[in-house]
Design a protein around this ligand. Structure first.
Ligand code: RFL
Ligand code: PHB
Length: 405
């Protein structure tokens, strides 16, 4: 393994590594661990502090293969102890609940509910314990020479402008990061859909009300009941994406939750809400995901609405493919895997986009649609929960599609 090298010139630091990774989200951190396993050196530059990335509340559902990979990488100890393994989900609509048995429909696959920020904590701690380098709180990040042989990244920490020279740059810096913009506009095509609704998400101190996730389509809008631990529950409500959180006092949130999840003989257990926010929803894909020696991964290249629980899982899939291309380059000197990075990732990404769009349109109330479309959605739901073929298709997407065709 080649170690990152450092040189100090004046007050600035110049570092050299094999892979410069922008972003310590799931994409950047999984990539760093995959590269470490392959004996490839990398440095992560992250614009936020360690406390911020470890405290940002986002995803919850991990596909089976992501859990397996995490365990193989030696990072799954806490996940296996504290995660919740779900073999099915509940769909609620028209006053009825329907159990979809994912495990039975997919010959044994489950999903794991384990919060993204817990994954981040585990991956950061292990990376630092392995002697890996993560530079937090970098500012003014700029990518240089990405289409040449010696790309570099400049950034500021404190008052100094430092420099990271590398063989390749992995743009794992999320939707708003600078990496995607480093691909010339003429070389990329962007596909986007903005949804006319958002989610209000809460964390509440309460015991679980149901043994699995409930995806509810209600005449007042979508609701999702998820969990984090036996004491903490995660719930979401469809809302206006432009609404202010100040318009949602806790009593209003619980009243709306009670309506959207209401079911005879069952009670939604309430508790103190200690986190709440509103998020907008979009679908987005950037083609291509590579340019010269720059490779985009995760939300930097594609976004899905969270209804399908796919964003983090797609991010890990990208970096798995990228790490294999980089390993082939350093071990055998072949560039084929790297050249084929976008075409290798995009078909599976588009299937994740399709599924996330499908789950979103199936379960949300879209007031911009006509009454006809809304009845079609109800027919679709009715079909999904009564046809084994349709349920199997939903289940195999939800637990994670295989790689390849
Ligand atoms: P991230 O997580 O946005 O990480 C990018 C990192 O890059 C940093 N950064 C920079 N670093 C250096 N220089 C710069 N100039 C930089 N600019 C930005 C950022 O600070 C950040 O740390 O992207 P990544 O790694 O691609 O991971 C993507 C996932 O985070 C995302 O797709 C998921 O959270 C989506 N998602 C879900 N995915 C799932 O697979 N399962 C789920 O159950 C699930 N639920 C969700 C979700 C996302 C949600 N929200 C809030 C959007 C539920 C919600 C509510
Ligand atoms: C979550 O627990 O945060 C969660 C669960 C399922 C989703 C999205 C988010 O589809």
């Amino acid at each position: 393994m080649t170690d990152s090298s450092f040189a100090i010139s004046g007050a600035s630091i110049e570092m050299k590594t094999q892979i410069g990774i922008l972003g310590a989200g799931p994409a950047g951190l999984y990539l760093a661990h995959l590269l470490h396993r392959a004996g490839i050196d990398c440095v992560i530059l992250e614009s936020r502090s360690r406390e911020e990335i470890e405290g940002t509340i986002r995803a919850g559902v991990l596909e089976q293969w992501v859990v397996d990979l995490t365990v193989q990488l030696g990072l799954g100890e806490r996940m296996m102890r504290e995660g919740h393994f779900h073999s099915g989900v509940t769909f609620q609509f028209g006053g009825q609940r329907h159990h979809i048995d994912m495990e039975e429909l997919t010959s044994g696959k489950r999903v794991t509910v384990y919060a993204q920020h817990e994954v981040i904590k585990d991956l950061v701690a292990a990376r630092l314990a392995h002697g890996g380098k993560i530079v937090f709180s970098v500012q003014d990040v700029q990518l240089h020479n990405v289409d040449g042989d010696q790309p570099k990244i400049t950034y500021r920490v404190g008052g100094d402008t430092d420099e990271l020279r590398c063989d390749f740059i992995a743009g794992c810096d999320g939707f708003h990061g600078p990496s995607r913009q480093a691909i010339p506009v003429v070389d990329r095509v962007e596909y986007q859909k903005i949804y006319p609704f958002g989610w209000l998400g809460i964390l509440a101190r309460a015991p679980a009300s149901w043994h699995e996730l409930i995806y509810s389509r209600h005449e007042r809008g979508f609701g999702l009941l998820s969990t984090r631990s036996p004491e903490i529950q995660r719930l979401y409500l469809q809302c206006d994406p432009n609404d202010a959180i100040a318009n949602w006092p806790d009593e209003r949130i619980w009243a709306e939750m009670q309506l959207r999840f209401g079911y005879p003989g069952w009670t939604l257990i309430e508790g103190p809400i200690f986190q709440k926010n509103i998020l907008a929803m979009r679908s987005f894909v950037c083609e291509t995901m590579q340019f010269g020696r720059l490779f985009l991964a995760g939300d930097a290249a594609h976004i899905v609405p969270p209804t399908g629980a796919k964003g983090l899982n797609l991010a890990v899939a990208d970096v798995l493919v990228l790490s294999q291309g980089l390993e082939a380059w350093y071990r055998r000197g072949t560039r084929e895997g790297l050249d084929n990075y976008s075409p290798a990732c995009l078909p599976r990404i588009w299937k994740g986009e399709r599924f996330s769009w499908y789950m979103t349109t199936l379960l949300h109330l879209d007031e911009t649609e006509g009454r006809f479309e809304q009845r079609v959605r109800m027919a679709d739901l009715d079909y999904v929960v009564h046809s084994r073929a349709a349920m199997t298709a939903l289940a195999e997407n939800y637990v994670g599609l295989p790689f390849g065709n």
